[in-house]
Design a protein around this ligand. Structure first.
Ligand code: C2E
Ligand code: MG
Ligand code: MG
Ligand code: MG
Length: 289
C-alpha cells in the first residue's frame, strides 16, 4: 500500500542519512591528524586586471589530499571544520602556506609583485588572537602586508546586530587589504562600505552568470551590476568579479568598469609549481582577445 511504501522509503532515507552522518563524523574526526600529516594543500587561482588580463594576484584555495577519498574540495570539509572548530588551526595553516608562497614569489619576481588573497571564516576572524597571529605570520614569512588580502563574507564582517568585526581596523591599519567575498549572496547593504576599512568587493558568481556581450542592451541585472560597481568606486572600493567563464562576460564586466576578474576563462586554480611562467616577464596576458 501507499502507506507502507511511504514508510519503507522513510526508513531507507533514514539509513542513508545515518550513513552520510557517520561519514561526516569520520571525516571531521580525521581532520586534526590530517593536518599533522600535511594532507592539506593550497592551490592558487589567478586574478587578472580586466583592462589587460594580466596577473595581479592569486586566491589561495585549500584542497584535502585524502589518502582514501582522493582530492576533496573545500565545500566538502570547510563546513565540518567550522562545526568542530578545527577551522581555526586549518585556517592558520593555509594562511601560513599562502604567505610563505607569496613572499617567495615576491623575492623571485620583484618586477611583478602579485598579491595573495586568503579566505578567512567567522570563527577564525573572531579569535581574539587573530590579528596578532596574522602579524606573526607576516613577520615570519617576510610577506609585505600590502600583498596580503583577507577575504571575509558579509556575515563575518558584520554580525546579525550590525556590529562590525572588531579585528578589521587593526588588520587594515597594518596595510592588509580586506575583501568582501561572495558579495550579493546575503543581505547586501552597501552602506557599511562607507564606514568600514574594506578595499575590495568580490561580486558573486550568480551576478556574473547573467552578463551578456557589451553590444546587447543592458538588462535589469546588468544595470544592477553596473550600479554596484559605480557605488563601490564612489566609496573607494575596487571590484573583482568571481566565476568569469566566458569572453562576453569579461567584455561586459570591463565595459561596466569592473576592475579585476577571476574565473575559468582566465585560469583554473593551479598548484604553486605551475605559477612561475605567469610571474615572469611582468606577466603575460592570460587570454588571447
Ligand atoms: P570562494 O572563496 O568564493 O572561492 C571561489 C570558488 O569559485 C573556488 O571554489 C573556485 O575554484 C571557484 N571558481 C573559480 N573560477 C570559477 C568559474 O569560472 N566558475 C565557477 N563555477 N567556479 C569558479 P573552491 O576552491 O571549491 O572553494 C569553494 C569555497 O571554499 C571558497 O569559495 C571558499 O569560501 C572556501 N574556501 C576555499 N579555501 C578556503 C580556505 O583556505 N579557508 C576557508 N575558510 N575557506 C576556503
Ligand atoms: Mg574567496
Ligand atoms: Mg567568493
Ligand atoms: Mg564561497
Amino acid at each position: 500500500t501507499a502507506k507502507s511504501e511511504g514508510r519503507a522509503r522513510y526508513v531507507m532515507y533514514d539509513a542513508d542519512r545515518n550513513a552520510r552522518q557517520a561519514a561526516r563524523y569520520a571525516l571531521a574526526a580525521d581532520m586534526p591528524d590530517a593536518l599533522d600529516r600535511d594532507e592539506f594543500t593550497v592551490v592558487y587561482q589567478p586574478l587578472v586586471s580586466l583592462a589587460d588580463e594580466r596577473l595581479r594576484g592569486v586566491e589561495a584555495l585549500v584542497r584535502w589530499r585524502h589518502p582514501a577519498r582522493g582530492l576533496l574540495s573545500p565545500d566538502s570539509f570547510i563546513p565540518l571544520a567550522e562545526e568542530t572548530g578545527v577551522i581555526v588551526a586549518l585556517g592558520r595553516h593555509v594562511l601560513q602556506r599562502a604567505c610563505a608562497q607569496g613572499a617567495e614569489w615576491a623575492r623571485r619576481f620583484p618586477d611583478n609583485p602579485v598579491f595573495v588573497s586568503v579566505n578567512v571564516t567567522v570563527a577564525q576572524a573572531r579569535e581574539p588572537a587573530f590579528p596578532a597571529e596574522v602579524a606573526k605570520i607576516l613577520a615570519d614569512t617576510g610577506l609585505d602586508p600590502r600583498l596580503l588580502v583577507l577575504e571575509l563574507t558579509e556575515s563575518a564582517i558584520m554580525d546579525a546586530d550590525g556590529a562590525p568585526l572588531a579585528a578589521l581596523d587593526v588588520l587594515a591599519a597594518s596595510g592588509i587589504r580586506i575583501a568582501i567575498d561572495d558579495f550579493g549572496t546575503g543581505y547586501s547593504n552597501l552602506a557599511y562600505l562607507r564606514r568600514l576599512p574594506i578595499h575590495i568587493l568580490k561580486l558573486a558568481g550568480p551576478f556574473v552568470d547573467g552578463l551578456r556581450d557589451p553590444a546587447s542592451v543592458a538588462t535589469v541585472d546588468e544595470q544592477i551590476v553596473e550600479t554596484i560597481i559605480q557605488l563601490a568606486h564612489v566609496l573607494g572600493v575596487t571590484v573583482t568579479a568571481e566565476a568569469v567563464e566566458t569572453r562576453p562576460q569579461a567584455d561586459r564586466l570591463r565595459h561596466l568598469g569592473c576592475d579585476t576578474g577571476q574565473g575559468y576563462l582566465f585560469s583554473r586554480p593551479l598548484p604553486a609549481a605551475a605559477m612561475p611562467p605567469l610571474l615572469h616577464n611582468s606577466g603575460p596576458a592570460l587570454t588571447v582577445r
